[in-house]
Design a protein around this ligand. Structure first.
Ligand SMILES: [Zn+2]
Length: 611
């Protein structure tokens, strides 16, 4: 008799096993067996980054111990750089055994304790140089111990003998696939549904009291909409939402047939609640966003990502398309599915436009440059970020909005950005031909029926502001700017207060001594007076200041008034004479004009309601 394992070992020459060897110490043990190692000395390495999160993370730093052997004899390992090893030449199967420290509760790496285990392949699976195109197998083991008796596995890694939701043998067609199916293990709540006939599941890890039926219903309508948007059949045969529920968290990472998400417990809908809370709206927006990536970035890809070089930064000027357009569609799809109404959607649009308006970085960095420098700027933001950079998510979504409204207006609703996305899918997604700046601009021009070069140069490669007001007018929507009511005012709604507040031009946070300045905006009263991010303001005109009262104390004064602020910089007490300013009109809100003409209303309806 020949066991199933033996068959696999004959079929694949690269075999991994992963064991949660010591959950209390947060250690996975991984064994990699290479049937035919490079006779000149096999090189293996761990990625420096994970696709979708554009920052060097040096996952190899978490390899604690590593050793190699062949036929029971130890093989010398030579470290080549921070993430690569060369094994001494050997003929015959080569086995590497190593432990990986897994204690990063994020969607980007790995986490293990006695409550659950989670890993991305990029954190645990060494890449076999020269053989990364070959199929491989992965044996996923249950940790030893009573605590793991009920554990299951949630991953879309193809099963090769493992039962559904079970430990056992999985496989991947190549290394690229191996590291694109994160694995969750534990006692998650499993919710299953079908969208357009494709099996979907949600695995909720962490304590929660979520209304799982509502969650499944809402996600199903989002998934069905997006599958139909790009056209059936769906490009994946199954899909998994892996959700880590925590006290306070937000984030997601896209994969080819799954997404890993972190959310706040309070954002999930509770049994018996039917209203759409802001938290749940933002959670659904996150799910919609990551799901949209199944097409836009996982299959429609920048040319620079084909194939991914995971050893170093890979620059592309196109993240405005892959993140910005996805950010545009995520909330729009909630509206089109009927999960939110027009007013709620316009509020979200206004909030995004506000985020762009709030930083003078928009006047210094073009969105294509923001994309190119994502690695060192967007992903490494410091206190000066609002003054220096623009987000390719926020501005990219405004580029998408402006293009969508322009194409719809100029083609009387017959064409739209939806057609652009579908053309991208046909031309680049189904063919695996990478997108370049030139190819996407040519494609948009074709759909729009006009030459938009001037728009591309201005919106993508310059810091010119996108003039949204006249575009919204054509859809009977008023675009309005006003000053923020307070630091907590995210925009999207009319002002709560009638008076324009007086401001310092800072964002502050809690500190035991006073109000810590987190950002000081360019040209603000605070900056002109010499205050700096990091300063801790302890008094305004001799009265104690805190994060809680600084804003209101200043707001009660008049613009042009002088105040004395005392603040610590390092441990030195300093005094600053500040001339207060009127709050700038940097907050956007949108309102539907009830008296619009009929054709403009029809245009608006077809935009907001979709097909
Ligand atoms: Zn994204």
């Amino acid at each position: 008799m020949i066991s199933h394992d033996t068959i696999i070992k004959k079929m694949t020459s690269i075999n991994y096993t992963i064991i949660p060897i010591n959950p209390s110490a947060h250690l996975f043990e991984v064994t990699l067996t290479i049937a035919k190692p490079d006779p000149n000395g096999q090189v293996v390495s761990l990625p420096a980054w994970i696709p979708g999160s554009y920052m060097i993370r040096d996952f190899a730093k978490n390899i604690v111990e590593i050793a190699a052997s062949s036929k029971g004899v130890s093989v010398k390992l030579t470290k080549l750089d921070k993430q690569s090893w060369r094994c001494a030449p050997c003929n015959g199967p080569l086995t590497l055994r190593y432990t990986v420290y897994a204690w990063d509760l994020s969607v980007r790496s790995a986490h293990l304790d006695t409550t659950h285990g989670y890993f991305n392949g990029t954190s645990v699976f060494l890449c076999v140089h020269g053989q990364d195109h070959l199929p491989c197998s992965v044996q996923i083991h249950r940790p030893a111990g009573e605590f793991a008796r009920e554990w299951r596995v949630a991953t879309t890694l193809p099963r090769e003998g493992a039962q559904q939701w079970g430990f056992g043998l999985y496989r991947a067609a190549d290394y690229d696939e191996l590291v694109d199916h994160p694995v969750e293990m534990g006692t998650f709540t499993l919710i299953e549904f079908k969208a357009c006939g494709v099996p979907h599941a949600i695995a909720l890890t962490g304590r929660h009291r979520a209304d799982t039926e509502r969650l499944a219903r809402d996600l199903m309508s989002i998934c069905e909409y997006e599958i139909k948007f790009f056209g059936e059949p769906a490009p994946m045969s199954e899909y998994l939402f892996q959700v880590m529920v925590v006290d306070d968290g937000y984030g997601g990472l896209e994969h080819r047939s799954s997404t890993s998400l972190i959310c706040s417990r309070g954002d999930l809908p509770r049994d018996g609640e039917s209203e759409m809370s802001e938290g749940y709206r933002s959670f659904l927006g996150l799910c919609s966003h990551e799901y949209f990536h199944t097409w836009n970035v996982k299959r429609i890809k920048p040319a620079a990502f084909i194939p991914y070089d995971l050893s170093r930064e890979v620059h592309t000027p196109l993240l405005w398309l892959f993140e910005g357009f996805t950010a545009y569609y995520d909330d729009l799809i909630l509206r089109r599915c009927g999960l939110i109404d027009d007013a709620s959607y316009l509020e979200l649009l206004g909030q995004n436009a506000t985020r762009v308006m709030r930083g003078s970085g928009r006047l210094k960095q073009a969105v294509a440059d923001s994309s190119f420098d994502a690695w060192t700027k967007y992903y490494k933001q410091d206190e000066n970020a609002p003054n220096a950079i623009i987000s390719y998510y926020n501005k990219g979504a405004l580029v998408a909005l402006a293009l969508d409204l322009t194409i719809r207006r100029d083609n009387e609703g017959a064409r739209s950005l939806d057609d652009v996305m579908r053309a991208l899918w046909q031309r680049h997604g189904l063919t695996n031909i990478g997108v370049t700046e030139q190819s996407v601009e040519v494609l948009i021009n074709e759909v729009a029926g006009v030459d938009l070069s001037h728009f591309f140069n201005s919106a993508l490669r310059s810091t010119d502001e996108i003039d949204l007001a006249p575009l919204f007018n054509a859809f009977t929507i008023n675009y309005q700017l006003r000053p923020a009511d307070a630091q907590s005012d995210k925009g999207g709604k009319a002002a709560k207060k009638k008076t324009i507040p007086t401001v310092l031009g800072v964002r502050s946070g809690e500190n035991s001594l006073g109000a810590k300045l987190l950002n000081v905006y360019d040209g603000s009263a605070a900056q002109l007076a010499g205050l700096s991010a990091g300063d801790i303001v302890i008094a305004v005109d001799g009265l104690r200041a805190t994060h809680g009262n600084l804003e209101t104390t200043i707001a009660q004064r008049a613009p042009g008034e002088h105040v004395t602020l005392h603040a610590f910089r390092r441990d030195e007490l300093m005094a600053f004479e500040v001339t207060l300013q009127m709050a700038p009109a940097d907050t956007v809100y949108l309102a539907i004009e009830p008296q619009g003409d009929e054709s403009a209303k029809r245009l608006r309806d077809s935009w907001l309601k979709g097909f």
